[in-house]
Design a protein around this ligand. Structure first.
Ligand SMILES: [Zn+2]
Length: 312
């Protein structure tokens, strides 16, 4: 959350109007006039539009990007962020007179918010992108890092853990942005089509593994030299690894077909999917995501910082 600068108590008393709402007189809230007696039509319409889009399965970061591109600012005049939009959509004032949202929409937004784990803080967060983010500086695999006093992060770990500790990205931003990218990618490319079944590849893999064992026997019984054994083993081993990769690819594609169907269906289902289901989809589409350096101003997240390496 951005820090809220409040006027000193004395100034507050001076601007207080007898019948004005008590809350937050120093700060206008987006969608309402400063005294909260009227809605600001354009902003209220934007709130209703965002509510519809988010409930239809669009990610917060996608709406935030759109709002910022359209020049919509917070009541304070700043750019929108995932956290500020997320907080806005669950504010109680939206359903207090003069109301901006109807009760049903607001209830669904509250439920969605809670299911995203952004309501009351949970003790352990599940990190959607564990093992998938790479530091641009050192290539290290970034890890989830919970923080008590701020947003959870993914960070490049220190040198003892194979990183440079030089890169960090806010976990919510990265997860929303990667979810958006994967859905958009699948919308454009379609879900990878797999052959009718992967039985032939599995048989091939079993054959390679059997031959590896036979080669060991041939060497042990003296029928081939150690050099021949090493050379043949390398050759068959390479083919076995290629078959293993193909089996993995086919099972990813099958998992994705089961979960997604198509990018559009996936977009609608995404908000109600749990971390494991989302992870299956993300892993089926990308090998890893390179995280570039944050450019100033560092407080603003640019999705371009995340460079996905697609699997297909
Ligand atoms: Zn690093």
């Amino acid at each position: 959350m951005e820090p809220v600068r409040r006027r000193p108590a004395v100034a507050s008393t001076l601007v207080a109007v007898p019948d004005a709402p008590r809350a937050d007189l120093s700060r206008r809230a987006f969608g309402h006039t400063a005294d909260r007696t009227q809605v600001v039509a354009g902003e209220a319409a934007a709130v209703r539009e965002a509510a519809t889009r988010v409930l239809d399965g669009e990610t917060l970061s996608s709406v935030v990007k759109d709002w910022n591109e359209r020049g919509l600012t917070t009541a304070g005049g700043g750019p929108w962020r995932v956290n500020s939009l997320s907080g806005l959509l669950v504010q109680a004032r939206l359903v207090a007179p003069p109301r901006i949202l109807d009760d049903d929409t607001h209830r669904r937004l509250l439920a969605l918010h809670a299911s995203r784990g952004k309501g009351p803080r949970r003790t352990t967060r599940r990190y959607l992108l564990t093992g998938l983010l790479r530091c641009w500086r050192c290539g290290g695999t970034m890890r989830g890092m919970p923080r008590a006093g701020g947003a959870d992060l993914y960070v490049c770990p220190g040198p003892p853990h194979g990183g440079c500790s030089g890169t960090a990205v806010t976990a919510d931003h990265a997860e929303d942005a990667v979810g958006d990218m994967v859905i958009a990618h699948l919308d454009a490319a379609g879900v990878p089509r797999a052959p009718v079944d992967g039985r032939e590849t599995l048989l091939e893999l079993a054959g390679h593994r059997r031959r590896l064992l036979e080669l060991g026997d041939l060497w042990a019984s003296g029928e081939i030299s150690k050099e021949e054994w090493i050379s043949l083993k390398r050759n068959v081993g390479n083919r076995a690894r290629a078959a293993e990769a193909e089996v993995a690819r086919l099972s990813r594609a099958a998992a994705l077909r089961d979960l997604a169907g198509s990018g559009r269906v996936l977009r609608a289902r995404w908000p109600s999917m749990d971390v494991e289901q989302r992870r299956t989809v993300v892993q089926a589409a990308i090998d890893h995501v390179l995280v570039l350096a944050a450019e100033p101003p560092r407080q603003v997240f640019h999705p371009e910082r995340l460079q996905p390496a697609w699997l297909d």
